[in-house]
Design a protein around this ligand. Structure first.
Ligand code: HEM
Length: 132
């Protein structure tokens, strides 16, 4: 049976950055370490400073023991959502529409230029003929 894993993005996880509500993201997983802040041998400040970003490197640099890695599973509340949070998901259809719009705009602009050139030429021609 598939397990339901709660997904959080980095921004959501980063909103939990206080003593009363502290989440850290390590190796693609999200940990609620609020109850562990006072017991953490590395201090509560390092955990609080690790919020709002991927703390994997800091966690690894601290050289945590196997026991620590086992213990942290108790605090796991979900996983990091791999989907980007920025709305960079323009579909091919939208891209095509945008391209068509740009083309239409350019065409209408060139129409104006063509009409202006023809208009100026006609006026110049009429003036020239009148002089003669
Ligand atoms: C769920 C997350 C975490 C758990 C369960 C945890 C647990 C532990 C434990 C049990 C130790 C004692 C040494 C050991 O057994 O390895 C420790 C030490 C330490 N931890 Fe964490 N830790 C967590 C996250 C972090 C994070 C995100 C940092 C960020 C830098 C960090 C920094 C440190 C440091 C610097 C020490 C060394 C303290 C010393 O030896 O003086 N820990 N941690």
């Amino acid at each position: 049976m598939p397990t339901l894993t709660k997904l959080y993005n980095l921004k959501e996880a980063g909103e939990h950055n206080t003593r009363d509500d502290c989440w850290v993201v390590i190796d693609g997983k999200v940990y609620d370490v609020t109850t562990y802040l006072d017991e953490h041998p590395g201090g509560d400040d390092v955990l609080l400073n690790s919020t709002g970003r991927d703390a994997t490197e800091d966690f690894n640099d601290a050289g945590h023991s196997r026991d620590a890695i086992q213990l942290m599973q108790e605090f796991c509340i979900g996983e990091l959502d791999p989907t980007p949070t920025t709305p960079e998901t323009e579909t091919l259809e939208e891209k095509k529409t945008n391209f068509t719009e740009v083309l239409m705009n350019m065409t209408s602009q060139y129409w104006v230029v063509t009409v202006a050139i023809v208009g100026v030429s006609v006026v110049a021609g009429v003036l020239y003929l009148r002089k003669k």
